[in-house]
Design a protein around this ligand. Structure first.
Ligand SMILES: NC(=O)c1ccc[n+]([C@@H]2O[C@H](COP(=O)([O-])OP(=O)(O)OC[C@H]3O[C@@H](n4cnc5c(N)ncnc54)[C@H](O)[C@@H]3O)[C@@H](O)[C@H]2O)c1
Length: 376
């Protein structure tokens, strides 16, 4: 072991876990001291690739041997809760998961509350909210640089409203600087939007979609009211923009899966004028927004600041997806957040929930040995 400051364990070393390992290996102040991986061949291959001696088949074995400062948990989502709680009980200082954090609200609550009560930083994962340009745009909005935000839209809340939708919800909450207070939604299914059904079939498919236990294929339209009064229009499909728009009287800030664009005023043809953003350079530019996620997480452990994507953010995203589906199921009934009944759940697609090995996307040993370009 070296004198690097933060000892890191990677728990779950599949495709995403290997991305995390590349990042943690690259930073000057972190050292990977152990990895946990269920698949023995992949465990060995990833251990060799990253030159790590301490290899474990499960989290318990790791914690019996070493208590790292940081546990980066990137197993399939089904296993996050047990790993988070085990690490928290063992005294790990900072824990991260990826998305979605859970299927059941009470499981997300348990992770967030256990870490909060023990003073452990619970961070989010590889989410666009942690992109430094998005964080800077949000800071400028909070500083009043673009005027008071009076409206917002989520463009394309469909396909995977929890597993992928958490990207948009966590950016929406950041750019509006507010929590969601109420949702009022209706839902359908991607097959209906593609026009592959007549009217009666479309009704039946949509009904079935909105009653399913999994988020795959569900498309949500509706309105979110934020706690600060901002109304958010939710479009199930692209508008044609994806992502999130927020606007004031003077400006439109548009996040469409990249650094936010800023528009002010209109030209003679009525087109919006895009202004220079001049986002500050960021010290760590490799690994795209996974970098912002990890570096802000480390800063939070060191200084008590807030990571750019937190377990709370992931929980709020799960809750928004669940509440949207519930509202649609009940017939566009307005639903207040937080939901009182914490036993509600929404499963992500099977790949996210139980992983590639179980769902026909096995990662071979050769693939696991390969370096991935540092761009995500
Ligand atoms: N943020 C993003 O952009 C993004 C992208 C892809 C995946 N993800 C999320 O990352 C997670 C993992 O996805 P992936 O693509 O790496 O899947 P994967 O199937 O490639 O890897 C998961 C790995 O975890 C291992 N594993 C399973 N249970 C385990 C346990 N209890 N302890 C230790 N190891 C265990 C598996 O053997 C496998 O190697 C999922 O939650 C997924 O939703 C996030």
């Amino acid at each position: 072991m070296t004198n690097k400051k933060h000892k890191v364990a990677i728990i779950g070393c599949g495709r995403m876990g290997q991305h995390y390992a590349q990042a943690y290996r690259a930073y000057p102040d972190t050292e990977i001291v152990g990895i946990v991986e269920h698949n023995p061949e992949r465990l060995k291959a990833v251990g060799e690739r990253f030159e790590i001696q301490n290899l474990y088949a499960n989290t318990e074995e790791l914690l019996n041997d070493i208590v790292p400062d940081i546990a980066a948990i990137i197993t399939p989502s089904k296993f996050y809760k047990d790993a988070v709680i085990a690490c928290a009980e063992a005294g790990v200082k900072g824990i991260s998961t990826d998305k979605p954090i859970a299927a059941k609200l009470s499981d997300a609550d348990l992770m967030v509350e256990t870490c909060t009560s023990k003073g452990i930083v619970l961070a989010g994962g590889n989410l666009q909210r942690a992109m430094h340009e998005i964080q800077e745009a949000a800071q400028r909005i909070r500083d009043g640089k673009y005027g008071e935000i009076i409206g917002a839209s989520v463009n394309g809340f469909g396909g995977e409203i929890s597993g992928g939708g958490c990207q948009a919800i966590s950016v929406l909450r950041l750019l509006t600087n507010s929590e969601i207070e109420e949702v009022m939604c209706w839902g359908t299914h991607v097959d209906v939007i593609k026009g592959n059904a007549d009217r009666q079939q479309a009704i039946e498919i949509s009904k079935a979609a909105i009653n399913q236990e999994e988020d795959t294929g569900i498309v949500i339209n509706g309105r979110f009211t934020m706690q600060n009064g901002v109304n958010t229009n939710v479009f199930g499909t692209a508008t044609p923009y994806g992502g999130v728009d927020v606007w004031s009287d003077s400006s439109l800030i548009r996040w469409n899966w990249g650094p936010p664009q800023i528009f002010q005023g209109f030209d003679n043809n009525g087109n919006r004028i895009e202004i220079e953003t001049n986002y500050k350079p960021y010290e760590f530019s490799e690994f795209s927004y996974l970098t912002g996620s990890i570096r802000s997480f480390i800063r939070a452990i060191e200084t008590g600041s807030e990571p750019w994507i937190t377990g709370h953010d992931l929980r709020q995203a799960l809750e928004a997806a669940i509440a949207s589906k519930l509202s649609a199921q009940l017939g566009s009934v307005p639903i207040k957040l937080p939901l009182e009944n914490r036993s509600h759940s929404l499963l992500p697609r099977p790949y996210r929930w139980i992983g590639g090995d179980e769902t026909g996307r096995y990662q071979s040993v050769d693939e696991a040995r390969k370096e991935i370009p540092d761009t995500n």
